[in-house]
Ligand binder design. Structure first.
Ligand SMILES: [Fe+2]
Length: 248
């Protein structure tokens, strides 16, 4: 019995990680009503309070911007951010809230890039996601053009792009081209699948991770974030000193 207990618990930490070591969450959907994330100010406040209680000092929330689905603009995002910040101030939660965006790499993204309309944070970081189902055809050229223009692209949750699992070199090539990687904390908790978790851990083992994000849409994600605090790989990543979240 005890052998099995050890087997099942050995990949978990005994005590949860203090999330003030991460300090800033830079991927979430907490502006209510403008994407598939939080649905009300009340839900957002509840989640933001939970971030604060875990030790987070700052949240950079990143509403979806997609050409054909979430047609958010900087005006929509910042107007709604103001309302959220007012609500957070009213509740007296001492945490900083900023906003940028999570861009889908689609034709709308290219247009916005050319028009100089991209929302960034920190060192001109721009958070970009890929389709979960179809590999992109122009990723290297777009990333090259972005870098040439002084942007620092961050690839959101690369561990979720299953079409590259059998070709890990694709990920290595992106890292060689200095594309930053952000993995999702729920991935380390096994939220999406065992395979997603395995790839996220492989990125950590190969020193390929620059940022972690919660990708919080609702309380289900937040529960997974709490679960990830027992991940030995998260501890390893924090101890590696490679995480840039604290610089934000
Ligand atoms: Fe996201």
């Amino acid at each position: 019995m005890s052998v099995f207990n050890n087997f099942f618990t050995s990949n978990k930490l005994k005590h949860p990680i203090d999330m003030s070591l991460i300090s800033t969450d830079m991927h979430s959907h907490l502006i209510p009503g403008i994407d598939d994330g939080s649905e009300s100010v009340e839900d957002s406040i509840e989640l933001i309070r939970s971030f604060y209680n875990l030790g987070y000092k700052k949240i950079i929330t990143t509403p979806h911007i997609m050409f054909d689905f979430f047609k958010n603009t900087p005006e929509i995002i910042f107007k709604n951010l103001e309302n959220l910040k007012n609500a957070v101030a009213k509740e007296q939660i001492p945490i900083k809230i900023e906003a940028a965006a999570e861009y889908m790499l689609d034709e709308g993204f290219i247009q916005k890039f050319r028009a100089g309309e991209l929302l960034t944070f920190g060192k001109k970081y721009v958070l970009i996601e890929l389709s979960a189902y179809f590999p992109p055809d122009s990723i290297y050229q777009v990333m090259f053009d972005l870098k040439l223009d002084g942007y620092n692209p961050i690839l959101a949750h690369p561990e979720r792009y299953a079409y590259w699992y059998s070709d890990f070199e694709k990920f290595v090539t992106l890292k060689d081209r200095e594309i930053l990687f952000q993995i999702n904390l729920p991935s380390l908790a096994g939220y999406y699948s065992a395979e997603v978790r395995k790839i996220a851990e492989k990125f950590i083992d190969n020193n390929m991770v620059d940022f972690v994000g919660s990708d919080t849409h609702n309380s289900v994600y937040f529960e997974q974030l709490e679960k990830s605090r027992y991940s030995k790989h998260l501890e390893k990543l924090i101890n590696s000193g490679m995480l840039k979240n604290k610089e934000l």
